[in-house]
Design a protein. Sequence first.
Length: 392
Amino acid sequence: MNKTLITLAITALFAGTLNAAPGDAVPNTFSNGTPADADQVNANFTEVVNQISTLATEGVVGPEGPQGPAGPQGIQGEQGPQGIPGINGTNGINGTNGTNGVDGTNGLNGTNGVDGADGLNGTNGVDGTDGLNGTNGVDGTDGLNGTNGVDGTDGIGIASITDDGAGILTITLDNAATSTHSIPSTTTYSYRDHAHTYNTKTFVAQDTSGAFTQEVRTFDRTVTGQVSFLRHRTGGTADKMDTIVLDNSGPELRMIQFDRHGTLDPNTVTESRTMAPGVLFRTETMEQGKTFGSDSLLSRDGTPSSGVLQTAAVIAVNQSVTVPAGSYTGCIKISRHRAARHLGQTYDRINTFCPGLGLVRQLHTSLNFSTGNTETVLKELSTCDSGACTQP
């Protein structure tokens, strides 16, 4: 049923007989001010529906007649279908803003804007501690020399110096004034003055490593320009025999050879070590406080092996010393340092030599590379040729 027929049916329901054409009357008529009965109204609806059905089969409805007077308000009919939505009304007044939501994560920083003009300088803060000095810059070029100052007055020069040959210098100045000065004499000490003529010398030893307690030296002077001695150490954990050859042909006493006798047979050499030049021991012109020394190449059985560096100095003179062999005077002390791989390793010694006796006392210190300990050996003269050691 289309919208036109529905409209006609509703109009007939409320218009009653006022709008009915001949032959189209509804069964009930209502008057103004008279209550309508529900059954009568429903009967009118039924009649209208029937008439609508008839109109639908008879053809097109004729033109609408003039508007009749408005009838009384009928009972509220059933809810009709929803009409087309009307045009949106104007927006109402905005409500109050709600509370801000939780801030979202910051977006990426945008590119920096153009720098604004500098603001006014704030007040200076407290000075921080000084930083480290920077490296010095390159020196600038030298400035021009200033003008020379005025020359000072000339001093009094030396006209002459006269040596009278007896240790007195006479100095004569330009103004004829004179002065005399003593020439200090230099005392030298010769290794030959501290030699000896004994065939054997025996030393007792106190060795912290426990290697030996006695050392016997047997001297041989049969080769011209040389003196050698067989050194035999006993009484401890090691029994060793070596021969040391010294060159005394010139103004210097040097060690030129060191032989090992591993079988304790002085006629059998198990290894021979030679030094070139010889290791400097002492000289004929030693002075107190002045250092002397040498550097040598050591060869083992003829094959170059390692270097030997040795320095020494007279550290005391006119010394008195007492050892088991006796008490002696006029002695000198010599400090010696040696650095060598195959000649006693590295050690320090203080040797005491006395006139007519040679070595009477030796204090030796060295580092034991196996244990890392510093070891000390004290050797003191006890007998000469199996008897007393007499100082001439």
